[in-house]
Design a protein around this ligand. Sequence first.
Ligand code: INI
Length: 154
Amino acid sequence: MVEYIEGDYNAKGLRFGIIVSRFNDFVTNELLSGALTALKEHGVDEGDLKVVRVPGAFEIPQAAKKLCFSNDFDAIVCLGAVIKGDTPHFDFISSEASRGVGQVGLESNIPVLFGVLTTNNLEQAVARSGDNSSNKGRETALAAIEMANLFRKI
Ligand code: INI
């Protein structure tokens, strides 16, 4: 008989580290708000949440690595906003953030979730950080709950 394993959305008793970058904070504050709301809605105790702020998306993987290896968390949620400008800087920051977060996730024993917006303009960033189900912080927090529960089962 085939065994199917998947995570659920009960977050009671789970501990989450949230890393949020300060660059474009008018967007990242909204991502954080979406993530915190989703986690609390699903039963996380405030005492099981830690929010770590870093300067920009480039620094997110470095802080994620520290949190992962502290053994204090069931999952790490990474939040940031990289918005395209007139120079190639966007490409370096966004690719390093995604590559770095992915690498930390593969090296650690807990899920590391990528909630860093990489958008062509401000309008796209605002559309994905509003107070609704499209909020990337909310979406990432829900994925973190599911993955943390999944990791307890496998
Ligand atoms: N950091 C961001 O999080 N988003 C950006 O859009 C951005 N841009 O465009 O420059 C950005 N740059 C800062 C970068 O993440 C580092 O903090 C900085 O380079 C110091 O290492």
